[in-house]
Design a protein around this ligand. Structure first.
Ligand code: ATP
Ligand code: MG
Length: 299
């Protein structure tokens, strides 16, 4: 979980890679048709992202779509194939998903739950995973996913839906099964959003953050003495290259200092793991593997 653009997909991929190295079979679920993890790991290979696919040995990915989740669910629940086909032709599925508030979220998190079961109730193929990593949508929407089984269960009049929503809700809230990880940048807004998320998670779900990943930390290359020495020559250097170099160094030093201050605010809300800023134009398998090794050591 985390604010938009803070590195959720990056951390999801890195966690997956770290788990694969320990011999686990892993599935990464992307939500609402996104495929960032998929593109980073498979280099944009044109396969169907809605089908669970092994991208790296042991590491699978899928993009979850509520309409297909509903089809799978109904196919497993309805007594006859003919009835299912009839419903499908009537476009009833799309209406159902569009009409019931919270249905998209419930179906999405329901599908995530389904992928994590050893006996997969909606899927014919025998696929089992040791770990399912969910690359959640940005904070508010992510929390709505976690909340959906409980809120839907409370309003559902139908016994079966209520029972199944209850099962998913207790699975999500059992720390033996699930952990919520927040990803944050060490900047004002992402930190405030993470703090608010941690509070809402506690109030609404009675859950604590398992881990906060402080992402993209800059190296702090200078001590205060070095910085003071740099400041004393700043402006005095004659060469423009030297002047630019000095001001870039000072700027990075002050950003790194600001990040440390935000980091201590984050640390009040859960155990922290730091990930460095990687200086590369794009993060591919090599950079993600590097980040996964940092994560693995920290964990
Ligand atoms: N530690 C890092 N070092 C360098 N670049 C990073 C790091 N973490 C993430 N990035 C880059 O920052 C950008 C945003 O990261 P990412 O896509 O993982 O964020 P996100 O939270 O999944 O975003 P969205 O909310 O859009 O799904 C990407 O270009 C990614 O490659
Ligand atoms: Mg993402």
């Amino acid at each position: 979980m985390g604010k938009g653009g803070t590195g959720k997909s990056t951390v999801a991929a890195a966690l997956g890679l770290a788990a694969v190295r320990t011999g686990r079979r892993v599935l990464i679920c992307e939500i609402a048709g996104r495929r960032q993890v998929w593109d980073a790991l498979a280099g944009g290979a044109a396969a169907d992202p809605y089908t669970e696919t092994e991208l790296v040995p042991g590491l699978h990915a899928v993009s979850i779509d509520p309409e297909s989740a509903l089809e799978e669910y109904l196919r497993s629940q309805l007594p006859s194939r003919a009835l299912f086909e009839l419903l499908r032709r009537s476009r009833m599925f799309q209406y159902l998903v569009a009409a019931a508030p919270g249905a998209r979220e419930l179906l999405t998190i329901g599908k995530v739950w389904e992928t994590a079961q050893l006996d997969r109730p909606w899927t014919e193929a025998e696929r089992r995973y040791d770990l399912v990593v969910v690359d959640a949508p940005a904070t508010g929407h992510g929390l709505a996913l976690l909340n959906a089984p409980r809120t839907f269960g409370e309003i559902a009049r139908v016994g079966r839906i209520r029972r199944q929503a209850g099962k998913i809700d207790s699975f999500l809230r059992d720390r033996q099964n699930c952990g919520v990880i927040a990803v944050s940048l060490c900047e004002e807004l992402p930190v405030s959003e993470t703090v608010e998320f941690a509070q809402r998670l506690r109030e609404e779900m009675a859950l604590e953050l398992e881990l906060i990943v402080a992402n993209a930390l800059l190296p702090d290359r200078f001590g205060e003495q070095d910085a003071a020495a740099l400041r004393s020559v700043d402006g005095a250097a004659r060469s423009p290259i030297a002047r630019n170099g000095i001001s870039a160094a000072l700027r990075e030093h002050s950003r790194a200092g600001a990040q440390r201050a935000h980091l201590s605010r984050l640390a009040e809300h859960g155990p922290i793991t730091e990930l460095p800023q990687v200086f590369a134009p794009e993060l591919g398998l090599v950079e993600l593997t590097f980040l996964s090794e940092v994560l693995e050591r920290a964990l």
